[in-house]
Write a protein that binds this ligand. Structure first.
Ligand code: GAR
Length: 199
């Protein structure tokens, strides 16, 4: 059984979707949920599910990203994960950390990569007049929101959409896509998954 650590910063709805999916004949199980904010709502949700939780507050480290990452590594190591899933983890990781996990670390990003790396993806897609938006799960490489694409889900952008209404619609698909990709990835299958909101 593959061991999965999930890194979060906030409410952790993707973490919950991932954790719930890892039952039965699934090739993986959650071994840790870690947040960079001790107040992240997802930590309580994970603890309620019986998953070990940890927090490494990034703030005392200031600009010392390497120091923060050493603390992350120390916190993660006892749980011996095979796979790291970033799920709304809002800290940029350096090449040093990413290199240690290359090929074993996934991220979900709320756009149809390679479009709209970084923040405010939904506002940018609406502003650009795009007909559709979506989310991407990819392997993490040192370049931000780059790396081999393991899955995408598309949703239409509707007249009157705001960044929030669009985000809500994309999030529903995130909760389908990330578990579908993780199941394959944990079984050693890196062929991409493509979903749309028709089913
Ligand atoms: C999700 O929409 C995820 O795609 C996004 O943050 C949200 C976290 O929600 N991630 C990023 O923007 C990464 N740069 P959650 O905490 O409820 O899963």
């Amino acid at each position: 059984t593959r061991r999965v650590a999930i890194l979060i910063s906030g409410g952790g709805s993707n973490m919950v979707a991932l954790a719930r999916s890892m039952t039965g004949d699934h090739p993986a199980r959650p071994c840790l949920v870690l947040a960079n904010d001790p107040k992240a709502g997802g930590l309580a949700r994970a603890a309620d599910m019986g998953i070990p939780v940890a927090a490494v507050d990034h703030r005392p480290f200031g600009k010392d990203r390497a120091g923060f990452e050493v603390a992350l590594t120390v916190a993660i190591r006892p749980y011996a994960p095979d796979i790291l899933c970033l799920a709304g983890f809002m800290r940029v990781l350096t090449a040093g950390f990413v290199g240690q996990w290359q090929g074993r670390m996934l991220n979900i990003h709320p756009s149809l990569l390679p479009k709209y790396r970084g923040l405010h993806t939904h506002a940018r897609a609406i502003e650009a007049g795009d007909a559709e938006a979506g989310c991407t799960v990819h392997e993490v490489t040192p370049e931000l929101d780059d790396g081999p694409i393991l899955g995408q889900a598309r949703v239409p952008i509707l007249p009157g959409d705001t960044p929030q209404t669009l985000a809500d619609r994309v999030l529903v698909q995130e909760h389908r896509l990330y578990p579908a990709v993780l199941r394959r990835f944990a079984a050693g299958d890196r062929s991409p998954v493509f979903l749309d909101d028709a089913g």
